[in-house]
Write a protein that binds this ligand. Structure first.
Ligand code: SAH
Length: 258
């Protein structure tokens, strides 16, 4: 068997996407980097199944915990990463989903660049992919949508402004991250720009996790449906669940039809 090259190195930082939560959706690369790392610095959104794969000997830093909070200032996280790498440790910065989607990756990279620390990125599976899979849908479809928009419900300035006119066109599909609080705003803006109140919107909460929940909405009911969410959720604008999509385990299904 050939030995694979290391994915971490002393005094450097490896950024990795941990996927949406299920260990089945973790990449082999992220898994390998977890085994190699001396220190793993992770977010609140990294799934428990994934965290359970971190070896006991590894130093773990949760930058999403209460106290050191979900609102841990980005500067403090940057300093933490730089500090650990500065000691010569193999640092793994693990982020939920794909580390390059709404993950403040650039801010952390810039801090490393300022400190002269090398880094490496291992992409992960973003939660929108898991959400679409959960409802048996494709994110793109010939003749329906020529593109997929990845948008955020809010940003540093509050609710995020988007190309509402473009989004309101029939057949558009968008994966909306962080859209829970912005749902009434989104609903209003889209309808104001001519989107049909009947446009399907599916809310997928805790995608790929044991507590995954799918809420089928229309644009007209979006805000009321979003009010029922308690965990992280992707709003799949323009997509309704496919009736034949079923949940795991597949064996039950096979037995039932045998
Ligand atoms: N880098 C992440 C996104 C981070 S932004 C990714 O690629 O998935 C945080 C938002 O991601 C949450 O508000 C939610 O909209 C979404 N999210 C992350 N994990 C999720 C999950 N397991 N199920 C549903 N939405 C999730």
């Amino acid at each position: 068997m050939t030995t694979q090259p290391a994915l971490t190195a002393p005094g450097t930082v490896t950024f990795a996407g941990a996927g949406p939560g299920s260990a089945d959706l973790l990449t082999m690369g992220a898994f390998r980097a977890m085994q190699e790392a001396d220190v793993v610095i992770h977010d609140r959104l990294v799934g428990q199944e994934v965290l359970d794969l971190i070896p006991a000997r590894t130093t773990r830093v949760d930058v999403g915990k209460e106290g050191f909070g979900p609102s841990t200032p980005q500067g403090a996280i940057n300093a933490l990463i730089v500090g650990h790498a500065g000691t010569g440790a193999r640092v793994l910065r693990l982020k939920g989903g794909d580390c390059a989607i709404f993950g403040r990756l650039d801010e952390e990279i810039e801090a490393l660049e300022r400190a002269g620390i090398a880094f490496h990125i291992l992409p992960g599976l973003t939660s929108a992919s898991a959400a679409a899979a959960a409802i048996g849908q494709s994110l793109t479809k010939r003749g329906r949508n020529r593109g997929l928009r990845i948008v955020t419900g809010h940003d540093m300035d509050g609710f995020a402004d988007q190309d509402w006119k473009g989004l309101a066109r029939t057949g558009e599909v968008a994966a909306i991250y962080m859209g829970k609080k912005a749902s009434r705003f989104l609903q209003g803006r889209l309808m104001m720009h001519g989107a049909s109140p009947d446009t399907p919107v599916t809310l997928v909460e805790n995608a790929s996790r044991p507590d995954q929940r799918i809420i089928e909405a229309r644009l007209s009911t979006l805000a009321d449906c979003a009010a029922r969410l308690t965990g992280p959720a992707i709003l799949l604008y323009g997509l309704a669940p496919r009736a034949a999509a079923h949940t795991l385990p597949l064996t039950d299904q096979n037995e039932a039809t045998a």
